[in-house]
Design a protein around this ligand. Sequence first.
Ligand SMILES: NC(=O)c1ccc[n+]([C@@H]2O[C@H](COP(=O)([O-])OP(=O)(O)OC[C@H]3O[C@@H](n4cnc5c(N)ncnc54)[C@H](OP(=O)(O)O)[C@@H]3O)[C@@H](O)[C@H]2O)c1
Length: 279
Amino acid sequence: MRILITGALGQLGTALQQALADHQLTLVDLPEVDITEREMLFNQMAETRPELVIHSAAYTNVDGCAKDPALAYKVNGLGTQNVALACQAFGAEMVHISTNEVFSGDRPEGYQEWMPLNPANPYGSSKAAAEKHVLNILQRFYIVRTAWLFAPGGRNFIHAIINRAKSAGQLRVVSDEIGSPTYVIDLAAAIAQLIQTRQYGIYHFTNAGSCSRWAFANEILRLAGLAHVENTPILSDEYQRASTPPLFGVIHNIAGAAIGIEFRPWQEALASYIETYVS
Ligand SMILES: NC(=O)c1ccc[n+]([C@@H]2O[C@H](COP(=O)([O-])OP(=O)(O)OC[C@H]3O[C@@H](n4cnc5c(N)ncnc54)[C@H](OP(=O)(O)O)[C@@H]3O)[C@@H](O)[C@H]2O)c1
């Protein structure tokens, strides 16, 4: 299939390049193609005529989004509108990558695919607006919500925990924020499977199971041979940041499981990551 990937240099975009290597890929990212510039996008589509667009580009700095919600909406909301319009104009299917932060996070039981959106913060609002544009413009789309991505490359929670443990010898990590850590390799493989199905709709794709940030950090320390490092649980109120993450950010995979797309537990995915990327 001819597939165009936006945000191709990002964490997920990079994993998608590998998972979809059998397809004919067009990779776009800043600065060559800015999704907020409609003409750039349309020119790229006219040139390469993709049958499917995987829209992974986004302004993902959640604290930056909280400080500048208009910019968040410009990139995530209007940028996605441009991608959806381009798909409509050129007859392409679309995979839109969304987030668990479209939900407020006040449901300890978590969220299923059909639940109404109630964004947790400005990043979540911009991504909820993006979903609405996709729903309004297209008929042949997949919306894939995910959460807590980790990927090779360094600037992620895993390396932050390991570096801090080594430099400070102790940690303080929030214990009241719950989510599902997700390995981009597993997510990209699931998306590769999903696009073969033509079962359009909304999906919740994360690694199976859930944990607090504190428990996630403990497992990282254990697997990295740093279990002796003291890790003190704190409440998110004690950790000031511009954005408010959803406290219960677990999203359940009902729709994917119904068509045979399931994920291994996050602990297994993390062990595989650490074995490969942490020396
Ligand atoms: N990371 C997570 O934990 C997480 C959780 C839930 C959902 N998601 C969603 O998953 C998707 C992929 O996330 P990720 O972690 O792979 O993100 P990422 O690593 O930040 O990659 C996003 C890519 O989009 C590019 N981009 C930003 N603004 C753009 C614009 N105006 N035009 C074109 N490209 C632009 C970025 O370029 P620059 O680097 O140059 O800015 C970057 O290469 C996003 O839609 C995100 O909202 C992520």
